[in-house]
Ligand binder design. Structure first.
Ligand code: PHB
Length: 404
């Protein structure tokens, strides 16, 4: 029997390690941190469905590599659980890439962790403008509160002819950001803000009645509302309807978070005519979106619909698979960020998008949405205007924390 020399045995062991490494290299670990329980579970489900659908429909996008999604529940918006599970994903699971993050405080809480570990992180929702500035390892594929809010301010004063506005916002970073965004645009176009009302936190859906009554009494031309979509949006519409605010001459406007596709059918006729600004609706009549919605319904059920969170999951996975392909499955934080900076995707269901190489934030079209009643009696979104290639206005104008 051939006796291996010490040297040969060492070489064989090294070879085995190398091939074991090569196998392991094929599998890219992606940590996905989303709200998967409680009232915000619907957001985690939307985003995950979008991300998984992209992988299902584009198996070739991985360039022959395998992807493992390691999913963790961030539960609430406060940031503490998101930080704990992200730490665990980095240190124990050894993830190559992080993604998800519905609520702004959750994304904010992990900035030092991803900087220290150089983990590329693709934000799929959290919209407070300056989040990507908190770590060079953030890139955002969702939106910034300013893209809709600032443009809604300009549009309300310029095109809707509003002279006065009240603002109601959920009292946490993206809500305050939305107030600043709308105010900056509205005042720049000659409007006056008559009231700005913090309306509770993001976790529990509050009773909006006292705040809405206060606005009804003040009778501004428009009432700009930001709430973090979901059950909050449904409650906003219900309260607006119950108080008869439309008949009283107060026009409700906001970002598309308040007319989320998944919530639209439950809003009733009070929503008809509502104007919002956003970057996505399932009703967009483009080949890319028709194909996306068709695949979504075929996969998840005819009575389901994607919304702006679902499309961020889809687009985020398009970005992540680009990184995996281009780095041939060997993820290096700095090389991954170099790919994400300037990444563009012409075929997103929302239209062409790209990541600004300087800010690592999304550049996308914003659409003026009008809620209409379709021939079959359901509610739909009609696009009545468009603002092309919108960079985050907060960073463009260098306002507040966006100045850094
Ligand atoms: C956020 O926390 O940044 C957030 C959550 C839900 C939204 C928009 C923004 O609809």
């Amino acid at each position: 029997m051939l006796k291996k020399s010490g040297l040969l045995a060492g070489a064989v062991a090294a070879l085995m390690l190398a091939s074991a490494g090569a196998v392991a290299d094929n599998k890219v670990k992606v940590g996905v941190v989303l709200t998967m329980s409680g009232g915000a579970a619907q957001f985690g489900q939307q985003i995950l469905r979008g991300a998984k659908l992209y992988l299902q429909d584009h198996p070739e996008s991985l360039g022959g590599h395998e992807i493992e999604l390691i999913i963790r529940d961030s539960k609430r918006p406060g940031g503490d659980i998101a930080k704990t599970v992200t730490q665990e994903l980095i240190t124990r699971e050894g993830v190559d890439i992080l993604t998800g993050y519905v609520f702004s405080p959750n994304a904010m809480s992990i900035a030092p962790l991803i900087t220290q570990s150089k983990t590329p992180t693709v934000i799929m929702n959290a919209g407070t403008a300056w989040i990507p500035s908190m770590s060079p390892y953030f890139a955002r594929v969702s939106f910034t509160m300013w893209q809709a809010g600032y443009n809604m301010g300009l549009y309300a004063a310029g095109s809707l002819g509003a002279k006065t506005a009240a603002v109601g916002y959920t009292d946490y970073p993206p809500g305050k950001d939305s107030l600043n965004a709308f105010k900056t645009g509205f005042e720049a176009a000659g409007g006056t803000i008559v009231d700005a009302i913090p309306m509770g936190g993001p976790r529990e859906v509050p009773d909006f009645t006292p705040w809405f009554q206060r606005v009804k009494d003040a009778k501004p031309d428009v009432f700009f509302v930001f709430v973090p979509a979901g059950n909050h949006a449904t409650a906003v519409m219900k309260t607006y309807d119950e108080l008869g605010m439309a008949a009283a001459g107060v026009r409700l406007i906001g970002p598309g978070d308040i007319t989320q596709d998944t919530k639209l059918q439950g809003m009733g006729d009070a929503a008809i005519g509502l104007i919002t600004i956003h970057h996505y609706s399932a009703d967009y009549d483009t080949p890319a979106n028709r194909a996306f919605v068709k695949s979504w319904k075929a996969t998840y059920g005819a009575d389901t619909t994607p919304d702006f969170m679902g499309v961020a999951g889809w687009d985020g996975m398009a970005a992540i698979t680009t990184v995996i392909r281009e780095l041939d499955g060997k993820i290096d934080g700095d090389k991954a960020m170099a790919i994400l900076r300037g990444w563009s995707f012409a075929d997103s269901p929302r239209g062409p998008i790209s990541i600004d190489p300087e800010t690592r934030d999304i550049i996308q079209n914003e659409q003026i949405h009008k809620v209409v009643k379709r021939a079959d009696g359901t509610l739909g979104i009609e696009v009545i205007g468009q603002i092309l290639n919108v960079k985050d206005p907060c960073k463009e104008l260098k306002i507040g924390k966006c100045a850094n």
